[in-house]
Ligand binder design. Sequence first.
Ligand code: MN
Length: 488
Amino acid sequence: MEKKEFWFVVGSQSLYGEDVLKTVEMRAKEMAEELSKVLPYPLIYKVTAKSSKEISDVMKEANYRDECKGVVTWCHTFSPSKMWIDGFDKLQKPYCHLATQYNREIPNEEIDMDYMNLNQSAHGDREHGFIGTRLRMNRKIIAGYWRDKDLVERLSSWMRVCIGVDVSRNMKVMRFGDNMRDVAVTEGDKVEAQKILGWEVNTWAVGDLVAEMNRVSDEEVESLFSLYSTEYLINTDDIDAIKYQAREEIAIRKMMDREGAKAFSNTFQDLYGMEQLPGLASQHLMSLGYGYGGEGDWKVSAMTAIMKAMGDNENGSSAFMEDYTYHLKEGEEYSLGAHMLEVCPSLAGDKPRIETHHLGIGMNRKDPARLVFEGKPGKAIVASLIDMGGRLRLITQDIEAVKPIMDMPNLPVARVMWKAKPSLKTGLECWIAAGGAHHSVLSYDVDSTMMHDWARIMGIEHVHIGEDTTFEAFEKELIVNDIIWKFK
Ligand code: MN
């Protein structure tokens, strides 16, 4: 596993004398150690900064050390902010200003002017905040007592966002075939995506994949088949179809791993030389953390991989999803999401079944094997990244996933059912006004705040549809954003 850590840089100044600086250092180390026990990644104390050079040095080091995924700063004492300008100007890693205090309470008897000078975060964090604002820094600000659960949770979420930033900046997407013919929303500017988000999006011939499939040994296929048998229920007699999917998965994975790609896309319109659209193959690859997008949708593919990495254990419950059909009974309005085949089993509420069914769309010569299951209930979001022409927009919507209200025995694919916020109708009107795609990433463990922070760090627009959204305010936000983003 790659080493991942966050750096804790504490602001002070030389004016206070050695004793105070020693106390600051001791306490900062203690805080970093204590917080590291409850955060998802270690927080490493680096320096009590007293000069411009110390700050520039640590920020430069943070930039080139791959294991450093973000920098957290805090001012135990006052720390004059002109000395932070050069370092902050150079900093390329995500940055969080933690506004906290070592002591929770004011000690009535003990407090005197020495105490005030040592414990003046209230003062120091304001000077520190000004320079972040003056430099127009895209930073996360978290205030509160450092031992509190709420603060730890918010800092944990921000760390996960930074992992998403790191994955994005190192993202390679392997495309098999182009986008589905004539579709608009799956298109996008790959040069802009690389400049802004760091994604290398490139194409490989389907023929190369077929050649790779032909080189996969029967032993490799048998081994993956036996893994499928332990993870899933086999609900078909067509074992050869399942083994064919195993062969596809092994070949796709080998090609991706060779290139360092974490996401891929394909299209049913280009399966030349293949017997089945990869269904089970894509689903199992997603369960391992790879991103996937159907119909050549490389944007949703990369976003799936990024959001998975931001979730629990860096492979959370996030998946490529598509809005398919509605249940519009008044008062009981639901969206039904699915895909032709490719829904990640990390969403499953029951043990997925491997089934084979006819798939009329595309050039399938055999019935493709796929996992069929129901999505689990719970709070979730859907996220869509679209290309507005010259810039990117991220749209997120809060949803409440439910156990599907009917069993749909003739539906041969995995399905997820949800209630959209603030309601199906208003949510849908907002989604359409924003230009959100039919493809999205559905996530149970990444929330809209995390996606907002991610978008801020990446420097792209984010709009959010939630419980309190009204169409009027949302539409106005879109109009204002269009003007603002012209000048960014
Ligand atoms: Mn689709």
